[in-house]
Design a protein around this ligand. Structure first.
Ligand code: SAM
Length: 290
């Protein structure tokens, strides 16, 4: 509607009135298209039962659209200068709480326990600051927060890497790290014109549906991720070459080759051709050797 925060005119008015200047270092690209905002919120399938966590509310454009549908909203904003603006723009919504904090330093679990009810349906919805997309997503996943879904606007290139399947150029350790915790899909792509200022990169909406448990069994989760990262050290090298270089102090190349063959993985294959299941089998077999 005309009153929405996310129109080009209203956004401009608010920013001028407060003399606000964008900080590129904080990834400040604000959304000015209500239609896109609604589609982001719709992708998370929320209702009045849902508690939503937002990261980086900016001047509240997305927060407002979330607030219209969610039971409660908790937003983390790092930039002090936005707090008085949010206080004004979000005044009509008393089920929204803004916390002035760096999400990477926040004790999110504790904030969830304090603000939402026990067992409440929880979703993260955000237009993420692009300079810290991956650390934020990995924090949300690794801390095993009780979330149903995470719907975020991020660089298209990162969304493609996160949702990638084996044997594609985008598939790598980030795909496996994310897909270990969640089912990942790119919901839709977004043109640069819906932001002020316009970012240099294309954007996409990534939807993560969290898993109750990982899709593979690993004897040691940390070692599994280490094997995955080592296997992609140099994408064009074979899995045997990458692993034997990485483990040159711990294992002989011959032992490594035997281990790969016994796990049913041709040592000449590249990391990008291995499924998560194969990485799990391989890391479980190698774990017994070290
Ligand atoms: N949600 C608003 C929108 O869609 O128009 C703003 C999105 S803007 C891409 C990213 C926001 O995240 C900015 O408001 C920025 O100040 C904030 N931000 C940047 N780094 C942050 C961090 N580490 N923790 C919390 N907020 C952060």
């Amino acid at each position: 509607s005309e009153k929405d925060i996310a129109t080009p005119i209203r956004t401009k008015q608010i920013l001028e009135r407060y003399g606000f200047s964008f900080k590129k270092s904080l990834g400040q690209n604000f959304l000015i298209d209500t239609n896109i905002l609604r589609r982001i919120v719709d992708a998370a399938d929320i209702s009045e039962e849902t508690g939503v966590i937002e990261i980086g509310p900016g001047i509240g454009a997305l927060t407002e659209q979330i607030a219209k549908k969610a039971g409660k909203v908790l937003a983390f904003e790092i930039d002090q200068r936005l707090l008085p603006i949010l206080k004004e723009t979000l005044a009509p919504y008393d089920h929204v709480k803004v916390i002035h904090q760096d999400i990477l330093k926040a004790d999110v679990i504790n904030e969830i326990e304090e603000y939402f009810s026990e067992g409440q349906d929880l979703a993260v919805i955000a237009n993420l600051p692009y300079y810290v997309t991956t650390p934020i997503l990995m924090k949300l996943l690794e801390e095993k927060l009780p979330l149903r879904t995470i719907v975020v606007m991020i660089q298209k290139e990162v969304a493609d890497r996160i949702a990638a399947k084996p044997n594609s150029k985008d598939y790598g350790s980030l795909s496996i790290a994310a897909q270990f915790y969640a089912h990942a899909e790119t919901a839709f792509t977004v043109p640069k014109t819906v932001f002020v200022p316009q970012p240099n990169v294309d954007s996409a909406i990534l939807k993560l549906t969290l898993r109750e448990k990982p899709p593979v069994d690993t004897d040691d989760e940390e070692f599994f991720f280490e094997i995955v990262r080592a296997s992609f050290t140099q994408r064009r090298k074979t899995i045997l070459n990458n692993l034997s270089k990485y483990f040159s102090e711990t294992m002989s190349k011959a032992d490594m080759e035997t281990c790969l063959t016994e796990t049913g993985i041709d040592p000449r294959r590249r990391g990008e051709s291995l499924s998560m299941e194969e990485f799990a089998d391989l890391s479980n077999a190698l774990y017994k050797l070290i």
